[in-house]
Each structure stands twice: as structure tokens, then as C-alpha cells.
Ligand binder design. Sequence first.
Ligand code: LLP
Length: 417
Amino acid sequence: MKSFVEQSNFFGTENPEALAKQYGTPLYVYNEENLRAHMKAVAGVITKYPYRANFSMKANSNLSILKMALEEGLNADAMSVGEMTLLLKAGFPSDRIFFVPNNVSEEELQFAIDHDIMTSLDSLEQLELFGTLNPGGKCSVRINPGVGAGHHEKVVTAGKKTKFGIEESDVDAIFDIAKKYNLHIAEINQHVGSQYLDPQPFLDAVENFLRIAEKFDELEYIDFGGGYGIPYHKLDDEAAFDMESFSERFTALLDAYAERHPDNIPLFKSEPGRYCVAEGGVILGRVHATKQNYGNKYAGTDIGMNVLARPTLYDSWHDIEILRDGKAVTEGEHEEVYVTGNICESGDLLCKGRNLPKIQRGDLVCVLDAGAYGFSMSSNYNSRLLSAEVLITKEGKAKLIRRRQTFEEMFATFPEE
Ligand code: LLP
């Protein structure tokens, strides 16, 4: 049996047990080489035409990781004033930030306008609001092409049953508003969904979007969105997203567009989040208690749904490895086990009845592929503190990139009595 963390030398020269003791658990651990390799791959998807990949920072908003994305040549997209502020703090120049919000206030739009950040408007009303705030300005509109894709209903972000974007039949209304406020629609963007390993739905959406693009004049950018998947079942040898063949097929679609518009080729963009960071992050958690309950074995850890929400929210699968005395346990007795957290919810489960090496109190549970939508979706539920984050640098050494929250910080927003 193989262990991902050992085969990939995920912890470099560090011992996971020593990391857990030094920084405490639950602990997010990232591997710099892994993160950078994935970032490089998305940055180089299209080389024949002007192209930029935006790192979709909702997947991971750690400042050190944002700086890495900047160094690897990625632009970034933001969903909120908080995200824009962090990107500016990481050193992203305004023209490498794209604000892709949904249902935002006048103040939030004004922040982007004041900072010269290109903004996507997601409804006719938001476009109208932007026009009143910034007449004569430039912007993007998010089109909902009517079809979506993704691993779960909750992450399909286009199609007839989602809240996102402006439907294609409203294109004339977009032009009317643009005319009224003298706006230049310099970009159109879409995002059809998340976590597809087969790129076909994305490529179909690209082709369709290039057709929609022909309705617009003088586009400077066309942004196709993100969603490239990662193999969450890697221990069962699930194949990774085939970037090379994807890149060829994607380029071929752009060739067809470029042939039709040789004198007017925009900058093409995409918005990958998960692909850049998911596989470069794991969570270490301590097993505090095991028990048998009405025929089921439970291993209770400190990785609750407050630490990793994905399994509870989407029934998502994350591969799990068991570490004992700093080494992966792969041989020996196995049994079906429910790995759970310490949160007062019956849905607080990392996996249900999974065949894993027999878990003992004191073991470390290592949850794989947790670098995307892990920490960024974590919470203070049950008044538990936000985790620390550690980076295994290229030199193989641990570096703290976020310390654990303190109780004082968690309670700091209450007024003084
Ligand atoms: N662009 C836009 C406008 C998006 O809404 C998203 C994700 C992305 C880009 C990046 O998608 P990615 O490449 O990461 O798939 N929390 C869920 C995923 C929600 C994605 C929401 N939008 C999960 O953990 O699976």
C-alpha cells in the first residue's frame, strides 16, 4: 500500500508528528513545490494567444500563497472588498485584479472603482448601479450561458437554475444600459462550475462563449472562468486533469475565433482556484477518542466541519491517511470507520464507513487535498479557534504562514461591558 504524503515527500525534512506537537492540531500544512507546480501549469495553458489565468482566491486566501500566485505570473479574482484588500496587500497591482462579485452594495462597487479594479457586473441592476457610480467607465458583464457543470448541485454556477450572471437574451438590455451611462463593456466573463475532470463541458462552454462574444464590439478581454478538477480519489489512482490535452483543445477553439477576428484578438482569461491549491494542502488532526456505537466504529478527531466544511456541505470525498509516530500506517489490520470531528452536529463526518487502517487514540489523521476551500471556508462554529497554517518551503522546512487564532481575537468584536 502506498502513502501519498510519504511518496510525495509532502512534509519535506519535517516529521508530521513533530509539526503537530509544535503548532498544535488541527493544522493546515501546505507544500510550496506542489502549489507552485500547479500554479505554473495553469499560467501556461495558452501560449499562442495573449492569455492570463486569474487565481480565484476564494479557494485559498492565505497571504503567503497569494504572494506565490503573484510570483508565478497569475492574476487574481476577488469576490469581496476583503478579498480585494488582501490582494492589494499581497502586492497585486490593480490591473491584475478582477472583481467578480454577486449582489454587492454601492460601497463595495465604489471600492473597486476607487482602486481602478476591473469589475464584472452580474445583473442588469448591478450594471445600472455601476453606471450611476462610474459613468463613462469600463467594466465586464457576467453572462450566464444557460448551461452549467460541476461536482455537486451547489457548485454549478451557470445554467437556468442558478443565481449567477445575466442571461443571453438580455444582451440588448446590457447595450441599452451601457449606452445610457456611456459605459465601455470591455470584457465578458462566465464561470460554469467547479471540479470537472473531463474538460468537455468547459470546452463546450468556451465555444459557446466565443459565439456570444461576437455580439459585443471591441472586447479587450474574454474570461472563460475556472473549475478544473483535481483527483480527490488519488489513493484509488484516479487520473488527474490532463492539462496538456486540455491546452491543445482549448487552443484549437481559440484558433477558430482568431481566424474569424485576426485583427481583434482580446486577452483570453480563465479563473482557476481549486486546481492551483487543492493538492498542495493537507490537514493534520489528532484522534482524541475512538468508540463503537451500535455496530459502527467512530474515530473522533479535532477536524470538525468548522475546520473542513466540504464533506458536510457537499458529501465531498477527501482521501485520508493515518499517521502514527510520524509514519504513515498502510499495512496491518483495516476496518470500516466513521472519521468524525468534535462539533455538535451529526453531519460532522469526514467519511462514512471507510476502510482504513485500524485507528487508535493518539494517531494523527491526515486529510488530503484540503488546500482549496479548506481554511477559506472554515469557521468559529462551537466557538472553536481558526487553525494555524504551515508551509513546507522548497527547502523542505516548515514555516508558519498563519498562527492559530486566539480566544481574545475571537471575542474581540463584543463591546466592552
Ligand atoms: N470564478 C468564479 C466566478 C467562481 O465562482 C469560482 C468558484 C471560480 C472562479 C473558481 O472555481 P474553481 O476553479 O475553484 O473550481 N466551495 C466549493 C467550490 C465553490 C466554487 C465557487 N466558485 C467546493 O469546495 O467544492
